[in-house]
Ligand binder design. Structure first.
Ligand code: Z5A
Length: 215
């Protein structure tokens, strides 16, 4: 794998999409080839599956059925978007990836860890992110942001879950960070977007040895 694969994780409204954009801008200014993408989605077939999942139409399949759909979308996303970009040496910045399945369908979702692990291996093989940025903030702050952005639009399938479920997800991401400190960096997402972006940039520059090009 020639490129570098950075994923962004965290709860609803944590600021992942905003930070993907800010980091992409910084890297492009430095002349890097950057692909930004998201899950579920990121390729035409995976975007179609996203529609099924977020609308709630797949909910009758249960957590196992939804997990299979997230995995199917991921298989296509990797083949069509992530792998080609990494092979040409790009930075790939992805809004959610396999940690979201671990947390939303496993952990807080109740799917047993062995099944989550089997599905992960089947879908991604050895393609773990080079670096994962976990944006952490209190649940009520993230939900308020998501609600303000959505206006009168109804909450999606996952936003609509109970506060206790959102809190379990937050703790799930923090547990992954503790278990895999070499891959994961937890960033406080409560500050303004530019301040959060600066903290992320410091971590990325350090991780990939970019400091000399930026200071
Ligand atoms: N899911 C799953 O269950 N299993 C899986 O394997 C995968 C996903 C891959 C995808 O939803 C859903 O799928 C997700 C998990 C589940 N659950 N939900 N809901 P999505 O893609 O539609 O949404 P999301 O991933 O949860 O992200 P989000 O709600 O769109 O938020 P975000 O990307 O983290 O934040 P944002 O869009 O950058 O910012 C939200 C708002 O806050 C926006 O108005 C910003 O301008 C504002 N913002 C951003 N940063 C700040 C700061 N720092 N201060 C103040 N305001 C800010």
């Amino acid at each position: 794998m020639a490129g570098r694969f950075i994923t962004f994780e965290g709860g609803e409204g944590a600021g992942k999409s905003t930070q993907v954009r800010l980091l992409a801008d910084r890297l492009r200014v430095l002349g890097f080839d950057v692909t930004t993408t998201r899950e579920p989605g990121g390729s035409p077939t995976a975007e179609a599956i996203r529609g099924l999942l977020l609308s709630g139409r797949a909910r009758p399949l249960g957590v196992l059925g939804e997990a299979y759909l997230f995995a199917a979308a991921r298989i296509d996303h990797i083949a069509e978007t992530i792998r080609p970009a990494l092979d040409r040496g790009a930075f790939v910045l992805c809004d959610r990836f396999t940690d979201s399945t671990r947390v939303y369908q496993g952990g807080a979702g109740g799917l047993d860890p062995a099944t989550v692990g089997d599905l992960e291996r089947a879908a991604i093989g050895a393609l773990m992110p080079t670096m994962t940025i976990i944006l952490d903030l209190p649940v009520h702050v993230g939900l308020a942001r998501a609600k303000a952005r959505a206006g009168t639009e109804p909450a999606d399938r996952f936003e609509a879950d109970a506060i206790a479920v959102h809190e379990a997800r937050r703790q799930g991401f923090l547990a992954i960070a503790r278990a895999e400190p070499e891959r994961c960096v937890v960033v406080d997402g409560t500050a303004d977007a530019q301040t959060v972006g600066q903290a992320i940039w410091a971590a990325v520059a350090d991780r990939f040895g970019l400091e000399k090009r930026t200071r």
